[in-house]
Structures are given as structure tokens and as C-alpha cells.
Design a protein around this ligand. Structure first.
Ligand SMILES: C[S@@+](CC[C@H](N)C(=O)[O-])C[C@H]1O[C@@H](n2cnc3c(N)ncnc32)[C@H](O)[C@@H]1O
Length: 130
């Protein structure tokens, strides 16, 4: 069985090659833009600067073939579900970051680790905003 995903926007980062991407999110990294398609703009209501959000994205340039891979950090070979590698059956990336600012359909956050124009698949709050 397969399921279809509907991208809800895209993520703009300074990284045009995989080698440029940080290994993982870096909260002090450069400002990135999470751009929601205008049809979903109203779904951002209730989100404000300072709120921590989970950003889910589809690491669309990844390939999947092996179940065991070396950790990029330590070199230790582990199952892919014990790693954050994009080389997995469903290449979903996740980042938990605070919102810097919001302008219309665009959320500004710092330090994402994905390629420029990576498809955005969801945004969720990490806790109930007060
Ligand atoms: C280790 S993954 C971690 C992703 C996410 N923070 C997570 O924990 O799920 C980050 C790496 O994925 C790779 N990557 C980033 N964007 C990608 C894309 N659109 N397609 C394939 N690989 C990507 C880069 O090599 C980057 O260093």
C-alpha cells in the first residue's frame, strides 16, 4: 500500500548542495524561510514569534537502498532507524525550532539543515501556545 503526500510549501535555505547542508539543525545557523502555499496561509493563525514548532519536510534528493549505514558522526554502523539519515523508506526530515518572525505566508526560523527548495509537508506546535 502506498500513500500520497501533498506538499504544503517549500523551505528556502542557503544550501544548494548536500555538502553545504549542516549535519543537523543548528539553532544559531542562518535564517531560513518556511514558505507555506498561499492556500494554507490562514492555517498559520495562532503561531507567533517565540513559539517552538516542528517542521516536517521531504528530503526529496535522498535515495534508499541499505538498512545498515555508518553514522556520519562516529562511523559506527547502525540500522537506519537508529540514525537521522535521509536514506530511509520515507525520507521525512524533522526540525524543532523557535519561530523568529512571521510575515504573511512565510515563517522565519534559524539553522535548518535541508537543501534549498526542500518540500514542506507539515508544521506542528511543540506545545499548546499560551
Ligand atoms: C541527517 S539529515 C537530518 C534531517 C532532520 N533534521 C532530521 O533529524 O530528521 C540532514 C542531512 O540531510 C541531507 N539533506 C538535506 N536536505 C535534503 C534533501 N532535500 N534531500 C536529500 N537529502 C537532504 C543533508 O545531507 C543534511 O546534512
Amino acid at each position: 500500500m502506498t500513500y500520497q503526500l501533498k506538499p504544503i510549501g517549500l523551505i528556502r535555505t542557503p544550501y544548494s548542495t548536500l555538502d553545504e547542508c549542516p549535519r543537523n539543525i543548528e539553532e544559531s545557523g542562518p535564517v531560513c524561510r518556511v514558505i507555506v502555499n498561499t492556500e494554507f496561509k490562514d492555517a498559520l493563525s495562532g503561531l507567533d514569534p517565540g513559539h517552538r514548532i516542528l517542521i516536517l519536510y521531504w528530503m526529496d534528493q535522498a535515495s534508499f537502498s541499505e538498512l545498515i549505514l555508518p553514522s556520519r558522526k562516529t562511523g559506527e554502523r547502525k540500522g537506519i532507524f537508529a540514525l537521522r539519515t535521509p536514506q530511509r523508506p520515507n525520507p521525512i526530515g524533522i526540525a524543532k525550532v523557535p519561530i523568529e518572525s512571521i510575515d504573511g505566508n512565510c515563517i522565519y526560523v534559524k539553522g535548518l539543515d535541508c537543501l534549498d527548495k526542500t518540500p514542506l509537508i507539515d508544521i506542528k506546535p511543540t506545545r499548546r501556545p499560551s
